[in-house]
Design a protein. Structure first.
Length: 256
């Protein structure tokens, strides 16, 4: 598999109801490299979230296979962490209790793992809020807490389903940059679903463009930006940014 952690081969999926069958995905094939930040874009309702659910093994494809290889070389399915559009923090638990919820459920809330959770809170400027409740935090801080809740389980692949879309534009720029930097610093492999083309370009190493339903892979676009730092604003100021934006816009315009 070379340096790929995940390879999808001809994945197809349909939704079934009393009124008939609705094809969602058709012969989807692509790979994800170890440590890569991959973005997936496509028309609304084309099946992007369905694809992410299949990768997370929440849904079983009707056809096709997923091949995988963990970073340690084993063939065990990579541990995945799923971050949704809304943070789903529990309002009656403190921030520390929220980020350690997965550890608690998995009976892995050892002193060492709790200390790791506290270190993540400290690294990402939330430690002083660890005894606060979610209602006392801003939207951006809540999303960082949600990411820490995911990272504390030490996943090998992060699945991000439009995690910034509920935030206002200014907060979205800031938080997407924070989370992008966190993911790159930790060396995690990430797959991002987004409708925001600028977001995809500024965060991803490569972008997969899907067609309308039933979704197929229309294009794969490697992203190489000349920028001074990893911030979203620096990415948007890169000389190549508008070129990539126009390419993606052109591809998606064919689907209208």
């Amino acid at each position: 598999m070379n340096d790929s952690i995940l390879e999808l081969h001809n994945i197809s999926y349909s939704y079934h109801s009393l009124t008939g069958e609705i094809p969602a995905l058709l012969n989807i094939s692509f790979h994800v490299k170890q440590g890569e930040f991959l973005a997936i874009v496509g028309p609304s309702g084309c099946g992007k979230s369905t694809l992410l659910s299949i990768i997370a093994r929440l849904l079983t494809p009707e056809a096709g296979t997923i091949a995988f290889q963990s970073p340690d070389g084993s063939l065990d399915y990579p541990k995945t962490g799923y971050m949704l559009q809304h943070d789903h923090l529990l309002e009656w638990r403190t921030i520390l209790k929220n980020v350690t919820l997965g550890l608690e459920i998995a009976h892995r809330d050892t002193p060492e793992n709790i200390a790791f959770a506290e270190k993540l809170l400290e690294d990402y400027d939330l430690y002083k809020f660890k005894e606060k409740h979610p209602g006392e935090l801003s939207g951006g801080m809540r999303q960082r807490a949600a990411l820490i809740r995911t990272l504390v389980m030490n996943p090998e692949i992060l699945l991000l389903d439009e995690p910034f879309s509920a935030l206002d534009y200014q907060t979205r720029l800031s938080v997407s940059g924070d989370i992008g930097n966190i993911i790159r610093t930790t060396g995690k492999t990430a797959i991002l679903i987004t409708h925001d083309l600028s977001e995809a370009i500024s965060l991803a190493d490569r972008i997969i463009v899907l067609t309308g339903r039933p979704a197929t892979v229309r294009k794969e676009l490697p992203v190489h930006l000349t920028k001074a730092d990893q911030s979203p604003l620096a990415a948007r100021s890169a000389p190549e940014f508008h070129h990539y934006f126009n390419l993606l816009w052109k591809e998606l315009s064919h689907e209208k």
